[in-house]
Design a protein around this ligand. Sequence first.
Ligand code: ATP
Ligand code: 5RP
Length: 700
Amino acid sequence: MALTPPRPWQDPMLRLPAFRVGLLLRLALIVLLVPKIQQEWFLPFLDHAIGTPSLDPWSSFLAAGGSALAYPYGPVMLLAHLPGALLGWLADAATGGHAFLGIGFRLGLLGADLACLLLLRRLLPSDRPRLLLWLYWWSPIVLFVTYWNGQTDLVPIALLLGALLLLRRDRAAASGGVLGLALAAKLSMALAAPFMAIYLWRNKRLRSMLPPFAAACAVVAAALTLPWTASQGFMSMVLGSREFGRVFDLALPVGEELKLYLTPTLYLLAAYAAWRFRRISFELLIASTGLSFFLVVLGTPAPPGWYLWLVPFLVAHQLQGDRSARVLAGGFSLLLIAMHVFISSGATAPLLGWNPAPAVAAVAARIDPHVHSLWMTLVVASGLVLIVQMLRERIARNDYYRIAQKPLVLGIAGDSGSGKDTLSRALAGMFGEHSVVHVSGDDYHIWDRYAPMWKGLTHLNPRANDLQRFNDDVLALMDGKAIVCRRYDHGAGRFEAPSLLPKNDVIIASGLHALHFPRLRRRYDVSVYLDVDERLRRAWKIHRDVHQRGHSLETVSGSLQRRAPDSQRYIHPQKAAASLVLSLQPVNAQQLERLESPEHARLKLVALIRNGSYHERVARILIGVCGLHLDVQLAEDSGEVEMSIEGDVAAEDIALAARSLAPGLQEMLDVRPAWEDGMSGIMQLLVLVQIEEALKNRIQ
Ligand SMILES: Nc1ncnc2c1ncn2[C@@H]1O[C@H](COP(=O)(O)OP(=O)(O)OP(=O)(O)O)[C@@H](O)[C@H]1O
Ligand SMILES: O=C(CO)[C@H](O)[C@H](O)COP(=O)(O)O
């Protein structure tokens, strides 16, 4: 079950020795090591930006004779670097020294590092905080790239993780805004944007969030970039930085002049593959974004900082994977670091009087370029193996991916007026209308109300309905095809003009004969039979047909009487075929006739669950969370469970119960599922649990 960690500062993870020792190690590295790129590039720029404040520190720095390579970052990165650097700068000014600027700068990076850890803790819910510490806090890539080599990519990564977390919490505009910050900090974070957009678009429940997400992202990124495009310094230092060109380095010659750029091609293929997901869960979003980052980083002569982009996705893969994922990720990290020790600028330790650069350079000079290439081949090969493993385990074997490849199909049968449409509406409210297509048996009557054929047949006779077409249409929807359907207008008693019914993620097939054909009912994930108490059904049907469908009381009573034999003959036998039989009964049958509307009758529910291995869990929640009275009968030989459920329950409690009974299905439900009060809510809940069981069987 997904565990929500406590508030960041109260998180027990921060009291674990693995965290504290990791923090002490970082503090020691911050004080002892002075990475060369910081010393030569970043710190002179920050020193100038603080000492000579300007809205355009890039041009000002160049005018003062600074190097154009010093600071290839925009205003967001500058804002992230400033607080720590400013403290250090002030300390240097007070002490007359020059070590604190760097220490302050690196303390700022530690802040981003800590933010990444805490964001991952929330983003990848796990009951193994110690493992998360080993995977992230002790990640050799993070320690090497950030504290030895001095790169600052943890800042945009922390922003990207923040955007992902907000997206998971359905805060689309805020997520877009933070992604805009990440883009303004480092444009390469744009690699994640299409995947986040696909996630929103491919989940109908989230689709309406795409415009605010995209708008917020564009506005924030533009507001923090465009004003500086008028600055020459910004244009040459940031936008003209050589980093962007690296993605075109891996290319195949095509003819005399043209080249096929492989890295953008691979990235586009990954984005297309994500687009092809029928539905995409948050876990799949993380996996596919990670894959695309991997493709880009492995397909370019990436500087060490880029490897930091992979870390969150490597952590997610290892947290969910087994030992082989950790061995492979560990091997990849070590190979990578071993290669970069000799080609990256590294650090010195002035307090210890240690400068390893000459020794490293001497070894590097002796390494044959062929050996170097072989080493790089090993790094890329192990990265590719990781990609294959992530594809296989995080995507192809992902439960959600497997169940999302086919729509969910629910069949609901029962006599006329037993509540099939009412239950279908309640289930559609749970999934969201946008995700549901409802095929109603009423639309497959062969004749309209005025046809003389009704003198000989009742609607309950299968021959009065085009069941073959009902069957074919449900199967077509399951096959991802749209169908043409003519709706029956219950008010007018006539068929409407045929209209197109598009495919959707959830198919609800309800009708008098929805469980009639064995071939069709075998294809349902869940089959429900509504076996309503006969007095209650009569009262409901009379009330509805007289008040909503314009019939006279005599016509309805006459029809009920005429239909009774066909009900026994054709409708009731379907009860034996259902996986869930729901029988609503009045708590006080005598009161039924005295009520103004039978819809207000107090009800109890008797649910017969076939193969109900989950009944104990359900019973515990219904009693503990919903405060209901339960009587459970278990038939040992058949495995059938009968639950009698009585009491009042509010929709909020149903929502709570649903979260604990079917946590894995929450992403299939609407953002705010329309849970119902009372027995209708319990019926939603029981169908939901039955769906979860059925989907587990699909996966096995
Ligand atoms: N769970 C419920 N709680 C209260 N009233 C209900 C419930 N289910 C059904 N009803 C009442 O019964 C009436 C008939 O229900 P509904 O139209 O859903 O039945 P149906 O099985 O679809 O009927 P038909 O096959 O004749 O179209 C509704 O108008 C409503 O008044
Ligand atoms: O209730 C029904 C099925 O359950 C039928 O749709 C109903 O009987 C249609 O006939 P009419 O429009 O004459 O009521």
